[in-house]
Design a binder for this molecule. Sequence first.
Ligand code: TXA
Ligand code: MG
Length: 347
Amino acid sequence: MGMKTRLCNADDASVREAADILKAGGLVAFPTETVYGLGANAFDASAVLSVFTAKGRPADNPLIVHIHDRNQLDEICDIPLRAPALMDAFWPGPLTILFPRKSVIPDVVTAGLSTVAVRMPSHPVALSLLRASGLPVAAPSANRSGRPSPTTAMHVLEDMKGIIPMIIDGGACEIGLESTVLDLSHESPVILRPGGITKPMLESVLHEEVLLAGSILRPLQPDEKALSPGMRYRHYAPAGSVTLVRGSESDVVSTLKLLCRQDLDAGRKSCVLCFTEHVPMLCGCAPHDMGSIANHAEIAHRLFDILRQLDQEGMETIYSEVIPPEGVGLAVMNRLGRAAAFRMIDV
Ligand code: TXA
Ligand code: MG
């Protein structure tokens, strides 16, 4: 496709122009605190349809609607009893809540489901774009389907050049992983996708147990129903094969070295993903620095950029350290686990 894609600074003029594109039924990529989004007017079915085309996204995987003001909710959905406390605590921010949907939201947004996913992002550029457009904006992550979500404007450009008219560059996304998706339609709240708002954070506001969807840390079984359609798809997967290694620090480092060396000796392009502290010990294994072992937010922030690098470098086999699946570590291990098709070696 031959469309010219402009990369614009996040100034007032760009935001106004982007809002005009949205109002006219076009698509704009914009920064949020989690990842970059690819936005369309959520009321405009044909604009939303073009989001699916631009991404190559399966039509049965619904989008998140972004708002800047809670007053926008009444028009688009009902509000479950537990939602206001959550919105008070975590909006604007990386929490997406499923709401019973009203019919002004076209089927194409929700893939025909009876719920609509809504979040209020905290990124100032996202909020000013939403405010300037005056619209609820349906926006999935701005990657081509099956690629890691973009955490910089350059990542968006890699995937969307020639396909969309405009990318607003707001720098690197602070969190770097997609929002937590929470389903309130069951007896207990269920986290469908873990993110920056963690299970203990939700529980401390709701004063009740919050459950985790079964397939967060393992593959979906062939006969298992996906609570969130997104979980059916192979995501975040580099072209090379990723294997996770778990165990004591010294055993993990020596196993990473052994496995990577074997592959390098066999003539394969191979590397390791490791903590900053282990880079010196793995210097012969093309170490990719995931961040400090003590700083899980840093690891989250870097992960998708590293996964994209692996493809650019043509890596065939990748061996990675893991972190405990707690707090934001659960979101990291969900994305890394899926990139590895949950292949794990215990040492
Ligand atoms: O942080 C984020 O959430 C980013 C930024 C741009 O806001 N957006 C994002 O959107 O990650 P997307 O489309 O890449 O992921 C949306 C996820 C998918 O897994 C989808 O299946 C799920 O939310 N989802 C959306 N609507 C749903 C619904 N009604 N019921 C269940 N799952 C839903
Ligand atoms: Mg996505």
